[in-house]
Design a protein around this ligand. Structure first.
Ligand code: C2E
Ligand code: CA
Ligand code: CA
Ligand code: CA
Length: 279
């Protein structure tokens, strides 16, 4: 058994070591990344499905690591959550999105609502309401121009507490979206109780929607239900003309995806916003 273990050891160690180092390098680098401005935000447009006009944007974090290059959020957000550092990241993202949006408004560009992803952790640790209120106050962005996106799973953890927090946030004047709708535990039967403005249909529902009849009838039913509660539906991850046409037929209110634009760095998005303002 010892020999076998030895064999395994020799075989696996280098790979394991590399994986560990990368994870540890990322983990250790988080704090420094915030201190030295390695994070930035990219912005992806949301389009009004009826008019085709730009109607909102989602802020998405990017990490340019000095040695590892661009690290995708799926790689470091979970680490930041485990390390408890996500509260700091959320705080930075929310402030930066508000600051940037206010700067665009002050420059005379078309006023637009920016959506910020907030980790579910923030509902159970730290002080979300205070974090948001102070960022709004310090940046001077009117609250109707920011919303937060929270994933469906958060609601299932402690529905009552989450509802209470959301009611406070709505009193501050900001909007709340349910992100990745349909992927987690089903909140369908509870949806009515949730003080949210819109649900974002996960990309997995949009993919194949044009050919998969089962999928399209499920999506149709979800959209009807959401509309009956006076909430909007945003389709995520729209990549093709066919998907876009289909989502419109199913009466989605807003569309977001590579078909319209990839998430863009601030200066590039600004050009798009200037064109939309002039139109
Ligand atoms: P999400 O909130 O569901 O964001 C949508 C993801 O889909 C983004 O990936 C976006 O770039 C990508 N996407 C947009 N359109 C399309 C499309 O047409 N096709 C495909 N295949 N993908 C599309 P990204 O930026 O890599 O972010 C991944 C996840 O990381 C996000 O999923 C969100 O859960 C998390 N995340 C991103 N930024 C932040 C942040 O600032 N704070 C927190 N807490 N989480 C964030
Ligand atoms: Ca999101
Ligand atoms: Ca999503
Ligand atoms: Ca997602």
């Amino acid at each position: 058994a010892k020999e076998e273990g030895d064999g395994c050891h020799r075989f696996y160690e280098p790979k394991l070591a590399t994986a560990m180092t990368e994870k540890m390098r990322l983990e250790n680098g988080l704090y420094n990344a915030l201190q030295t401005n390695q994070f930035s935000l990219h912005y992806q447009p949301k389009m009004n499905a009826t008019t085709g006009q730009l109607c909102g944007i989602e802020a998405l974090i990017r990490w340019l690591h000095p040695e590892l290059g661009l690290v995708p959020p799926d790689k470091f957000i979970p680490l930041a959550e485990q390390a408890g550092f996500i509260l700091e990241i959320d705080k930075w993202v929310f402030r930066e999105a508000c600051r940037q949006n206010k700067a665009w408004q002050d420059a005379g560009l078309q006023p637009i609502c920016v959506s910020v992803n907030i980790s579910g952790r923030h509902f159970f640790q730290g002080n979300l309401i205070e974090m948001i209120a102070s960022a709004l106050e310090d940046t001077g962005l009117p609250p109707e121009y920011v919303s937060i996106e929270i994933t469906e799973g958060v609601f299932m953890r402690d529905m009552e507490q989450v509802i209470e927090t959301i009611l406070y946030l709505r009193k501050l004047g900001i909007q709340i979206s349910m992100d990745d709708f349909g992927t987690g535990y089903s909140t369908l039967n509870q949806l009515q109780r949730l003080p949210i403005s819109d649900v974002k249909l996960d990309r997995s529902f949009i993919q194949g929607i044009t050919t998969d009849e089962k999928k399209s009838s499920i999506v149709r039913a979800i959209i009807e239900l959401v509309h009956s509660m006076n909430m909007r539906v945003v389709a995520e991850g729209v990549e093709t003309d066919d998907e876009s046409r289909f989502c419109k037929e199913l009466k989605c209110d807003e569309l977001q995806g590579y078909l319209f634009s990839r998430p863009l760095p601030a200066h590039q998005f600004e050009e798009l916003l200037a064109v939309s303002t002039a139109a």
